[in-house]
Design a protein around this ligand. Structure first.
Ligand code: HEC
Ligand code: HEC
Ligand code: HEC
Ligand code: HEC
Ligand code: HEC
Length: 178
C-alpha cells in the first residue's frame, strides 16, 4: 500500500506518531539524564572511610554533618575538623592522610563529589525530617559500614510522596517544588 516512499514517510511523520515517539524519548531521558541520583558511588579526592570514623570511632554523624537538625543541608565538614584529630593522628606512609595534610598545608579545600543530588527545582530540608524523628539510616542506609558512600534509597518523587502519605506530611506540589 505504501509503495511510494513519500507516502510512507508521510505516515511516519504524522503528528500522532511524532507525539508517541516524543513521549517515549521524554520518558527515557527523564529516567536517565534527569535522574537525580546515580546509584554508583563516585570516587572522592580523598578516600574518606565512614567505616573508621562513624564505625570504629563511633563519632556522631552530626559531629561532621552539623547542620542536619537545624538547616536544609546537612553540610560537609571543613578540613579544620579533620585536623582536630589528624594534627596528631598521622599513621605513617598512609597515602590518603598524605593527601589530607597536603590540602591542609596548602590552604586548599577538598572538593568532595556529591553522592546525593536532587534537581534544582526540588527542595529537601533535613531539619524537618530529623525533627520528625527519622534516623539518618532511614534514607542513607548503614553509612558506618560504607568504605565509600553510595546512595541506597531511591529518593525520587514517588518515594518522597509515599512516605509523606504514610506520615501525614504535606504532599502539595509547593512542599517540594519552588
Ligand atoms: C569525621 C567526619 C564524618 C563523620 C563522623 C560522618 N561523616 Fe558523612 N561525610 C564526611 C565527609 C568528609 C564526606 C564527603 C566525602 C564522602 O562522600 O565520603 C561525607 C559524606 C557523607 C554523605 C554523602 C553526601 C553526599 O554528597 O550525598 C552522607 C549521606 C553522609 N556522609 C552521612 C553520614 C552519616 C549518616 C554519618 C553517621 C553514621 C556520617 N556521615 C558521619 C564526614 C563525616
Ligand atoms: C575524632 C578524630 C578524627 C576526626 C575528626 C577525623 N579523623 Fe580521620 N582518622 C582518625 C583515626 C583515629 C584514624 C585511624 C588511624 C589509623 O588507622 O591508625 C583515621 C583515619 C583516617 C584516614 C585513613 C584511613 C585508612 O586507614 O586508610 C583518612 C584518609 C582520614 N582519617 C581522613 C579524615 C578526614 C578527611 C577527616 C575530616 C573530614 C577526618 N579523617 C576526621 C581520627 C579522626
Ligand atoms: C528523609 C530522608 C533523609 C534523612 C532522614 C536524612 N537525609 Fe541526608 N539527604 C537526603 C536527601 C534527599 C539528600 C539530597 C539533598 C539535595 O540534593 O538537596 C541528602 C543529602 C545529604 C548530604 C549531602 C549534603 C547536603 O547537605 O545536601 C549529607 C552530608 C547528608 N544528607 C547527611 C545526612 C545525615 C548525617 C543525616 C542524619 C542526621 C541525614 N542526612 C538524614 C535525605 C535524607
Ligand atoms: C521516611 C519518610 C520520608 C521521606 C522518605 C521523605 N520525607 Fe519529607 N517529610 C516527612 C515527614 C514526616 C515530614 C513532616 C515533618 C513535620 O511534620 O514537620 C516531612 C517534611 C518535608 C518537608 C517540609 C514540609 C514543611 O512544610 O515543613 C519537605 C520540603 C520535604 N519533606 C521534602 C521531601 C523530599 C523532597 C523528599 C524526597 C527526596 C522527602 N521529603 C522524603 C517524611 C519523609
Ligand atoms: C514530597 C516531595 C514532592 C512532592 C509533594 C511533589 N514532588 Fe515532584 N518531584 C519531587 C522530587 C524529589 C523530584 C525529582 C526526582 C524525580 O524526578 O522523581 C520531583 C520531580 C518532579 C518533576 C520533574 C520530573 C523530571 O523528571 O524532571 C515534575 C514535573 C514534578 N515533580 C511535578 C510535581 C507536581 C505537579 C506535584 C504536585 C502534584 C509534585 N511534583 C509534588 C518531589 C516531590
Amino acid at each position: 500500500m505504501f509503495r511510494n516512499p513519500y507516502v510512507a514517510y508521510g505516515v511516519l511523520a504524522s503528528p500522532g506518531i511524532l507525539l508517541v515517539v516524543g513521549i517515549a524519548t521524554f520518558l527515557i531521558l527523564q529516567r536517565t539524564l534527569l535522574a537525580p541520583t546515580a546509584q554508583a558511588a563516585p570516587d572522592q579526592p580523598i578516600d574518606f572511610p565512614h567505616t573508621v570514623h562513624a564505625g570504629m570511632l563511633e563519632l556522631d554523624c552530626t559531629f561532621c554533618h552539623r547542620a542536619a537538625s537545624e538547616e536544609p543541608h546537612a553540610g560537609l565538614p571543613a578540613l579544620e575538623q579533620c585536623m582536630f584529630c589528624h594534627t596528631a593522628v598521622q599513621p605513617e606512609d598512609n597515602e590518603q592522610i598524605g593527601l589530607l595534610l597536603e590540602a591542609w598545608n596548602n590552604y586548599e579545600g577538598v572538593e568532595w563529589e556529591r553522592v546525593h543530588q536532587l534537581p534544582d527545582h526540588v527542595q529537601f530540608v533535613h531539619e524537618a525530617h530529623i525533627n520528625a524523628g527519622f534516623e539518618c539510616s532511614t534514607c542513607h542506609g548503614d553509612v558506618e559500614e560504607m568504605e565509600k558512600i553510595k546512595q541506597v534509597r531511591d529518593l525520587r518523587m514517588d518515594d518522597c510522596v509515599e512516605c509523606h502519605l504514610d506520615n501525614e506530611a504535606p504532599i502539595d506540589c509547593t512542599t517540594c517544588h519552588y
